[in-house]
Design a protein around this ligand. Structure first.
Ligand code: SF4
Length: 459
């Protein structure tokens, strides 16, 4: 763990509430209402639509008076009542942002349901929920808790796809859609099937998610969600079927958690591992790589890259260490690879400077810093975590994008030479002294500054 200089030396992440909003916006028949400052909601709405939200985000504005008099709570109450039409919605998610959360606006006092529409208020202030990935867990857990109470009190709907005839494994964490299919194929020899992926895409899928034999913590930060599953009597297994060693360990863990015979576990391994080995052999990666991100799959990506031959120097994640990231941490650290949880941009930049990799994978500012040093950089969220990782599809998918990026080194050198000096010194937009104007033309900024100080260029 890194030393913390102060409260703002936190992992870099977009507004954490985005995670909750994204979960709500991707669910059918679910309305999402944000309660917070207009500038926050503008940014969240922009990002939500950039990432393909298909419906509007509700917003309840406030001012100082409505915040302190309780008027804001009344306004939220009214907005939720007006939205609660069971013809259109199963649930309304109300996301409390920083200012109303800090001011204690008591959204928990909203009714649990209105006209049969479930109301789920959650507080997701940036000062308490560290990353947007953990905010996804927060809403997923709130939904599971609600759904569990419903399932315990009477019959509930089956998912649209129907109930599986085989015992199922619920998968935790957003993943490439093909990964769930790959995992399903690997489970078949053990008489198991893939169940729901949490966060789910529809309310009725929550009941099926709870009705699993075991949950697979593919993304290890879903701790609140796992607590809800445990309350429903389900256990979770860590890690994921990535690479040969990861797949072998994961099949053994799932098989034994589900009480599958050792013969069936061996059959599953025999069916999956040779093909994974072949896929790895066909996808060699040569080069030194540093990895960082805030999605929760950083350690899994690192494992796969190592098995494909990459020299992974360090792995930084904005997420915390949990029991479900432990096998991956141990596997990487046993190879001498430094793993840092709750890493900051400062930690990630230091890793680049220390290791001078052929490729830096990380957040947008990290990829930018790498490129400033003529090191190819890739944005983890859009270019790595949105690709298949599991089973036979993972190695080829990653090797394709990683090898192409490593090959950009020469282009980075050319660009670095071309842009040399741009954004530095007087071109950074911050002038500690009046910049020297080029003689060929008048520099308006310098002229203005000179006028303001009463010094003409001839003085
Ligand atoms: S102030 Fe809080 S709610 Fe607003 S953008 Fe920042 S973290 Fe998000």
């Amino acid at each position: 763990m890194s030393e913390r200089a102060g409260p703002y030396n936190q992992p870099q992440t977009m507004c954490p509430a985005f995670g909750s909003l994204r979960v709500g916006l991707r669910m059918r028949r679910t309305a999402t209402v944000a309660v917070g400052s207009a500038c926050c909601v503008y940014g969240l709405s922009f990002t939500g639509h950039f990432y393909g939200a298909r419906r509007s985000i509700g917003y309840v504005p406030f001012d100082s008076e409505s915040l302190v008099t309780g008027g804001l709570f009344e306004d939220v109450h009214q907005a939720v009542y007006e939205l609660a039409d069971p013809q259109h919605y199963d649930a309304i998610v109300v996301v409390n942002l920083c200012v109303p959360s800090a001011s204690g606006v008591p959204l928990r006092l909203l009714p649990e349901s209105i006209n049969g529409v479930r109301v789920l208020p959650i507080d997701v202030p940036g000062f308490a929920v560290t990353t947007h990935a953990e905010a996804k867990d927060k809403l997923a857990a709130a939904m599971l808790k609600y759904a569990r109470a419903e399932a315990e009190s009477g019959p509930v709907k089956a998912p649209r796809s129907g109930r599986s005839q085989m015992p199922v494994v619920t998968l935790l964490g957003e993943m490439f859609p093909g990964d769930a299919v790959s995992i399903g194929r690997m489970l078949e020899p053990m008489g198991l099937a893939v169940g729901q992926v949490v966060p789910t895409r529809e309310w009725r899928e929550l009941y099926a998610a709870l009705d699993c034999r075991v949950a697979a913590a593919i993304h290890p930060h879903y701790t609140a969600t796992i607590a809800e599953l445990e309350a429903a009597g389900r256990s979770a297994v860590p890690s994921a079927p990535v690479g040969r060693e990861g797949t072998e360990a994961w099949l053994e863990a799932v098989g034994s958690a589900c009480g599958v015979s050792s013969e069936a576990i061996e059959a599953a391994k025999a069916a999956a591992l040779p093909a994974v080995e072949k896929a790895i052999a066909a996808a060699p990666i040569k080069g030194k790589v540093t990895i960082s991100g805030y999605e929760g799959s950083e350690l899994l990506v690192a494992r796969l890259l190592v098995e494909c031959g990459a020299e992974v120097c360090s792995v930084n994640t904005a997420l915390p260490h949990t029991p479900w990231s432990e096998p991956d941490r141990k596997w990487l650290e046993d190879l001498g690879i430094q793993v840092r949880f709750r890493a900051t941009l400062k930690d990630e930049s230091a890793a680049i400077d220390r290791h001078k990799p052929d490729l830096a994978i990380g957040t947008t500012p990290l990829a930018q810093r790498a490129k400033e040093r003529a090191i190819p950089g890739l944005y983890f969220t859009n270019l790595i975590s949105a690709r298949p990782l599991m089973g036979t599809a993972g190695p080829g998918s990653l090797a394709h994008v990683i090898n192409a990026a490593i090959g950009y080194k020469e282009r980075c050198n050319i660009m670095n030479d071309f842009f040399s000096g741009v954004g530095q010194g007087s071109t950074a937009g911050i002038w500690p002294q009046i910049p020297h104007a080029p003689s060929a033309h008048v520099n308006p900024a310098a002229s203005l500054a000179a006028e303001e100080t009463g010094k003409g260029e001839g003085n």
